[in-house]
Design a binder for this molecule. Sequence first.
Ligand SMILES: [Zn+2]
Ligand SMILES: [Zn+2]
Length: 355
Amino acid sequence: MKKLVIFAFGLLVFLFIGRHVLAPKMVERGFARMVTANVGVDRTADLEDGLHVYMCGAGSPLADPKRSGPCIAVLAGKKAFVFDAGTNGSQNLGPMGFPTGRVEEIFLTHLHSDHIDGLGQMLLGTWINSGRTAPTKVSGPIGTAQIVEGFNMAYQIDSTYRTAHHGTKVANPASFGATAREIDLSSGTQVVYDKDDIRITAFNVSHAPVHAAFGYRIDYKGRSIAISGDTKYDPNIAIASKGVDVLFHEALNMEMVKTMQAAAKANGAKGLEKILFDIQDYHTSPVDAAKTAKQAGVNDLVLYHIVPMLPSDALIPIFVRGASDDFDGKITVSEDGTIVRLPVDSDTIIYEHGL
Ligand SMILES: [Zn+2]
Ligand SMILES: [Zn+2]
C-alpha cells in the first residue's frame, strides 16, 4: 500500500513537471524557431518571376470569420501593389509574406467605406521601416484626395509619436501618409501604370449610386488578372478582362440574401430588411460572375467580396450553385489567405493558402 502511494505521488509529480515545466519549454522553443524563420525575412526573395496575388480580404461589410474587408495585393515581379484597403487587410498581409513596405501604389476601386476603412493601418505598413523617402501613392476615383487628406490628418498625431520613439530612419516624417492621384475615367478605360513590364488598366464598372466605380486589369510578362471591384453584372467587365488568366470577381448570392431579408422581416427589423433588399441591385451573383468569366474567356474565376458570410465551408456549394453550369474553368470561393501564383513563361496557376 505504501509503495502504491509513493508510485501515485511520483506519477503526479511527473505529470506536473511534464505539463507545467517541459511542455511550456517545448512550446517556447517552437515559438523561437518559428519567429527566427519568419520575422524580418523577405519571403519574396525566392519566388519565381511572375504575378502573385494575395487575398488579404475576401469579405464584405458583413462579419465573416474567414473573410475580412476587401483587399487584394499583387506582386508583379519585385513590385508590390494593393487594390482596396478593407479592415484587417494589412494585418493579413504580414503572415502571408507580402512585402507591404515595398508597396509602390495603392489603387482604390471605389470609395465605399468597406474598401477604405483599413487604409490607415495599411499606410502605417507602407511607411514604418520601409525606407521610402516620399509618401505612399493612393490612386482612385474622384474623391480620393479628400479621403487621403482625412487619413493623413487623423494619423498625423500618431506619426509624431512613432518618429519620437523609433527615430527618423524608421519613421521618416518626409514619407508619412499618402499622396492622392484622382483618376477621371469619363473617357472609358485608361492605363494608369505602365512601367517595368507592368501595365495596370482601370475600367468602369456598374455600382450605382456609387460613381465612379472601377475594376482593374494587371498585365505582366504575358500573365494577367482582372479585379472587378464592386459591380452588378456588367458586360464591360468581360471586354476589359478579355483573355486574362484569372478573373477576381465580387459575388453576392441573391437567394441567400433573400433568406436573410425574409428573416429580418419576420423579426420586425425593418431597416435591416430594407438594406438587405437594396444591396441585391448593385452586386453580381456567382452565376453571373461565371457568365462574365466565360464571355471573357478566362481560365479561372476567383470569387471575393463574398456576401453573405460563409462561416462554414458546407455553405460553399450552396453559394456557387449553378455557376459551373456554363463555365468550364475552375471556380474558387476565396478566403483571407488565398494566394494565386502565375509564373511567367508558363500556363500554370498555383493556389496556396498563406494564413
Ligand atoms: Zn464593397
Ligand atoms: Zn461598394
